[in-house]
Design a protein around this ligand. Structure first.
Ligand code: ADP
Ligand code: MG
Length: 256
């Protein structure tokens, strides 16, 4: 299973609490159903929640991996990841927040290279602040998803980022409007959002995907997109997320 063609997919945003981690986990579920080997890297280094949301007790984390790499140790990635199921592994954020500042970002590319050899899909969940670590992840990604909500500050910040990406001629990213996170706020129309950010919205997660008892799934470490009842009741959002999952790994998406 020596796959040289694994793809890094980064999940980012310009505001906190918009649904990045939930989307990253849901995408992992969908790629798993497509028979892909998936690694989720938790790069929300201070406040990451991937292991918690999947109810996985991680013994190793990304700090320990980067520390070994920086000490020129021979490493096996499998010694640092935790298993969720047969197809999904996790590289957790540091358990001890004091370790975060010791992470040397220049080793991140190495981590990505190693991960791409062993997994088909490497989903990178980030913090919303576009710090050096997040910028490296976005830069090295095959594709990125930016999650926004129906919120003026969020839309304005995304507008600035779109204009920077236009200047850089960066095209390998999708914008996902998440209406399931805060269902009461939908007063800015899709038409107005497009006009404000001067770009298309690639995918929308509808308010129907609001899961009232989401914490029950979190406590059980369940992935929403793998849950039969949710797949039945939210079938159109699941289909949309499948389309997003496929479009993020489409060939030559950044050259068009
Ligand atoms: N579809 C949804 N339905 C209900 N609650 C949601 C949904 N998506 C996200 N949430 C909740 O919103 C909060 C923020 O989501 P999260 O994915 O952690 O965002 P981020 O990673 O951007 O900070 C969490 O408490 C999460 O459980
Ligand atoms: Mg998060």
């Amino acid at each position: 299973m020596n796959n040289q063609n694994g793809k890094i997919i980064t999940i980012s945003s310009v505001k906190g609490g918009v649904g990045k981690t939930t989307l990253a986990i849901n995408l992992a579920g969908l790629y798993f159903l497509m028979k892909k080997r998936v690694l989720i890297i938790d790069l929300d280094l201070y406040a990451g929640g991937i292991a918690t949301c999947l109810n996985v007790n991680s013994k190793k984390d990304i700090y320990l991996l980067i520390d070994s790499l920086s000490n020129n140790k021979q490493i096996e990635l499998s010694d640092y990841v935790s298993n969720y199921n047969k197809g999904i592994d996790i590289l957790a954020c540091p358990k001890d927040p004091r370790d975060v500042s010791k992470i040397d970002s220049k080793f991140l590319s190495r981590v990505f290279d190693i991960a791409k050899r062993e997994y088909d899909i490497v989903l990178v969940d980030t913090n919303h602040s576009l710090d050096e670590i997040a910028l490296i992840a976005i830069d090295e990604a095959y594709n990125s998803a930016f999650v926004i909500t129906n919120d003026l500050v969020d839309i304005k910040n995304m507008k600035s980022l779109v204009s920077i990406f236009n200047d850089m001629e960066k095209k390998n990213y999708k914008i996902v409007l998440n209406n399931s996170r805060d269902t009461g706020r939908d007063y800015i129309s899709l038409f107005d959002i497009r006009n404000m950010i001067k770009r298309n919205i690639d995918f929308t997660i509808s308010r129907n995907f609001y899961i009232r008892n989401i914490d029950k799934y979190v406590i059980n470490g369940e992935i929403l997109t793998l849950n039969k009842t949710i797949r039945r009741f939210c079938s159109s959002d699941i289909k949309n997320m499948e389309k997003l999952a496929l479009s993020l790994i489409e060939e030559v998406s950044d050259n068009e």
